[in-house]
Design a protein around this ligand. Structure first.
Ligand SMILES: NC(=O)c1ccc[n+]([C@@H]2O[C@H](COP(=O)([O-])OP(=O)(O)OC[C@H]3O[C@@H](n4cnc5c(N)ncnc54)[C@H](O)[C@@H]3O)[C@@H](O)[C@H]2O)c1
Ligand SMILES: [Zn+2]
Ligand SMILES: [Zn+2]
Length: 349
C-alpha cells in the first residue's frame, strides 16, 4: 500500500508498505484524509527527533476496516477520527483524566509497518500518511458520518491541540484577553478556542500578512505582523499568550506580553536543546509559563464535543482545509505548508 516514509534523510511516497493485522485491543483503519501538521515537517528537518524509517502523519480520519479481539466500541464501517494518545487507560495519570501524561505511552514507538521485511516505525502512535494504520482502541473515536473526512481529520491534532490549550490548559474565561503568536493550523484553533471561551480581545500575530483574513474569520479581533505592537492594542498586556510557532525568541516575547497574573502557554515545538531567556523578576506579579501537550486533551470526550460544536456552526473545520492533495503529491503539500500558502493542507487516499 501507499504511504509517506521518512528514511532519516528524506520523506518520500512509497507503494510497498505493509501493515500487520490488528491484535487484541487494536483497530485497523483505512485512512481517508490526513492533515499535514508542522510537527511532521519538524521530524523531517530534525527539530523533533524520531527513529527512522518512520511513516509520517498524525492527524487523520477514516473508516474502521477491522477490529482485534476485545474491541467493542467501534465496528467495521464506522467513521473515526484518530488521536495520537495510545494511553494505557489503567495508570494513575489516565485515571486522573490526564491521558496526555500517561507514562506508558510516551517514548515507546511501535513498528506495525514493514517494507520488504524491514520493520518501519509509527509516528505519534498514529502514522496517518498511509492507506491503512493500526491504532489502539482508545485512539479510534467514532464521529458522525456526515462530517467530511478532510475536515474531521483536522480535529486529530490541530483542533485538539489548539482549542484544547484554551479550554483545558489555560482555562480562558469570558471577557479575558488573549494573544496568539503564529496563526497556522494550531494558532487558528487557539483563536477559535478563545472565541468559543468568550475572550473579549483576541490578538493574532503572524509574520505572514496573508494570514490576516483567516485569523479574523476564526475570531481574531486584531491582527498584527509583529508581537512588538501588541501593547498598542492591549496596553497592560494579556491574560493568556499562546506561542504557536516554536521559537525561543517568541517564547520571550510571549512572557513579556503578560498582564498581571497572566499565563504564557507554550505550544510550539522547539528543538530539544534550544534555550529561551526571560527575566524571572518579570514573573513576580503571579505570572506563569505553561507547557502543553496535545491540548491536555481527553480525546474520547473532546472529539465528541468538537464534532458537536462543528455541527452547531461554532467550530470551523471546513474553512481550515485550504487544499487537498492525493498522497502522491506529498512533496507539493509539504512545500505549500513550508511557505505558508495553506492554513492546512490535507492528503487524501
Ligand atoms: N504542543 C503540542 O502538542 C503540539 C501539537 C501540534 C503542533 N505543535 C507545534 O505547534 C507549532 C505550530 O504548528 P502549525 O502546524 O500550526 O504550523 P504552521 O506552519 O501551520 O504555522 C506556523 C505559523 O507561524 C508563523 N510564523 C513563523 N515565524 C513567525 C514569527 N517569527 N512571528 C510570527 N509568526 C511566525 C507562520 O507564518 C505560520 O503561520 C509547531 O512548532 C508544531 O510542531 C505542537
Ligand atoms: Zn500535529
Ligand atoms: Zn496510562
Amino acid at each position: 500500500m501507499r504511504g509517506v516514509v521518512f528514511d532519516g534523510t528524506r520523506a518520500q511516497v512509497v507503494d510497498d508498505l505493509e501493515i500487520r493485522e490488528p491484535g487484541p485491543g487494536e483497530v485497523l483503519v483505512a485512512i481517508a484524509a490526513a492533515g499535514l501538521c508542522h510537527s511532521d515537517l519538524s521530524v523531517v528537518d530534525g527539530t523533533i527527533p524520531f527513529p527512522s524509517p518512520v511513516v509520517l502523519g498524525h492527524e487523520g480520519a477514516g473508516i474502521v476496516e477491522a477490529v482485534g479481539p476485545g474491541v467493542g466500541h467501534v465496528a467495521p464501517g464506522d467513521h473515526v477520527c484518530l488521536s495520537t494518545l495510545a494511553n494505557c487507560g489503567t495508570c494513575a495519570d489516565c485515571d486522573r483524566g490526564r491521558p496526555t501524561m500517561c507514562r506508558r505511552a510516551i517514548g515507546r514507538p511501535g513498528r506495525p509497518f514493514s517494507r520488504g521485511g524491514t520493520p518501519v516505525f509509527q509516528f505519534a502512535a498514529n502514522s496517518a500518511f498511509a492507506e491503512r494504520t493500526v491504532v489502539k482502541a482508545v485512539q479510534a473515536v467514532r464521529i458522525p458520518a456526515d462530517i467530511p473526512f478532510a475536515s474531521a481529520a483536522l480535529i486529530g491534532c490541530a483542533v485538539l491541540t489548539g482549542v484544547g490549550a484554551v479550554l483545558n490548559r489555560a482555562g480562558t474565561g469570558r471577557g479575558e484577553t488573549v494573544v496568539v503568536i503564529g496563526a497556522g493550523g494550531i494558532g487558528l484553533n487557539v483563536v477559535q478556542g478563545a472565541r468559543i471561551a468568550g475572550a473579549s480581545a483576541i490578538v493574532a500575530v503572524d509574520a505572514n500578512p496573508a494570514k490576516e483574513a483567516m485569523a479574523r474569520r476564526f475570531g481574531a479581533t486584531d491582527f498584527l505582523t509583529s508581537a512588538g505592537a501588541v501593547r498598542d492594542v492591549l496596553p497592560t498586556g494579556a491574560d493568556h499568550v499562546f506561542e504557536c510557532v516554536g521559537s525561543p525568541a517568541l517564547v520571550r516575547q510571549a512572557i513579556d506580553l503578560l498582564d498581571r497574573r497572566g499565563q504564557a502557554v507554550l505550544l510550539g515545538m522547539t528543538p530539544p536543546t534550544a534555550e529561551a531567556a526571560f527575566l524571572p523578576a518579570s514573573l513576580f506579579l503571579d505570572k506563569s509559563v505553561l507547557g502543553c501537550r496535545y491540548g491536555s486533551s481527553r480525546p474520547q470526550h473532546d472529539i465528541a464535543l468538537y464534532a458537536e460544536l462543528y455541527r452547531r456552526g461554532e467550530l470551523l473545520l471546513d474553512e481550515l482545509v485550504t487544499e487537498t492533495y492525493p498522497v502522491e503529491d506529498f512533496a507539493k503539500a509539504a512545500d505549500d505548508a513550508h511557505h505558508g500558502r495553506v492554513a492546512r493542507g490535507v492528503l487524501t487516499f
